[in-house]
Ligand binder design. Sequence first.
Ligand code: UDX
Length: 446
Amino acid sequence: MRISVIGCGYLGAVHAACMADLGHEVVGVDVDPAKVELLAAGKAPFYEPGLPELLEKVMATGRLRFTTDMAEVAGSRVHFVCVGTPQRKGEYAADLTYVDAAVEGLVPQLRGTGEAPALVVGKSTVPVGTAARLADLVADGLPDGEHALLAWNPEFLREGFAVQDTLAPDRFVYGLPDGPDGEVAKALLDEVYATPLSTGTPLVTTDYATAELVKVAANSFLATKISFINAMAEVCEKVNADVVALADAIGHDARIGRKFLNAGLGFGGGCLPKDIRAFMARAGELGADQALTFLREVDDINMRRRQRMVELTREVCEGSLLGRRIGVLGAAFKPDSDDIRDSPALNVAAQLRLQGGHVTVYDPQAVENARRVWPDLRFGSSADEAVENADVVLLLTEWREFRDLDPEVLGTKVAHRRVLDGRNALDPARWRAAGWTYRALGRPRG
Ligand code: UDX
């Protein structure tokens, strides 16, 4: 099937490559010529495990191309809208500028084939009500004699696992128009996803509003789970209890589950923080703000963890950060990603620097992005360089490379063997046995 993907960021680039891998003929469109040039050369514009190999594989088949010219989507039967919906500056609400521009640019190009209408499929995370508005926009702007439909098909991929999550998702969700149009849209989507559907991937078909809500509800639940365990960590810190043992113990209850109960610096990235804020803003517009006031608390607990990390650093540095050499391991918002959007690690690093610390940050993949946004921070080109003569070492993103650090070897580089584990990723006993003062969020002082 001929498919177009509008927007080639984390979501769109991966989606385009995966759709081509499923056997479709795909054109990816983006307004950024530099990104298109990279992708057209088969190179990933960001770090995502497995994506370079996949791009190389599918580009060789000739089934995938990239362009800045929206006119090249004409002839595609299904058009995925994968542009970003960032948080609006100074507000909680989502900025829909890119979604609106993508659909407005797309509509004049929509052409049905034979009896089948073209299908526009929204994948971006949007405030509930957007799909219905866009369906009207599509219907009103179509070329004469054309018929096109809109469906909402939220995406649940995680950075770092994006290829696997797209090719073998936990479930599909289709938000469909009412009546026979819904059947037509469903048949087209079923054709797109025939391969993963054939392996028994669950499918939920529903209306637009529910499909839009599924995505923000899922992210709100995940954020709540993380903030729940981080709230427990706050209490553990008061009584010298261990939040990791607590998470293991409650996680054995199948109704609770151990996943997403890793206490530490909390959530960041381009999705969870802005999605819960946009959801609160939308609920307010709908007169349902009370239903989501708990998300305000979820957000606050999350932000307090960053503060606590700064306090803990000051505490182990005998009350002052002034002139202290601080080695920060991690800049990305999570491992296996070079994404630094709303990164807890960089937020902490910047605060420590503001309070007079001599901070050096190292990350296996995110240094280039971090340097662009935080030009005043100092960056090292290895973990060793970041911790050289450090008074304290902070692990803020749990890359495998950092989990595997040998405390004996690292101990020979630093001025003082003091480590703060912001992700509960190290073995306290092993580090203490090597003479380190080990402190972590929500764990006993030792
Ligand atoms: C998330 C959702 O998981 C995904 O389904 C959605 O499509 C987009 O948003 P992502 O932002 O890629 O994906 O990362 P995720 O793995 O969910 O982690 C989000 C943040 O939570 C990271 O900063 C991570 O470090 C943090 N986290 C995660 C915790 O602090 N504790 C945990 O137990 C799990």
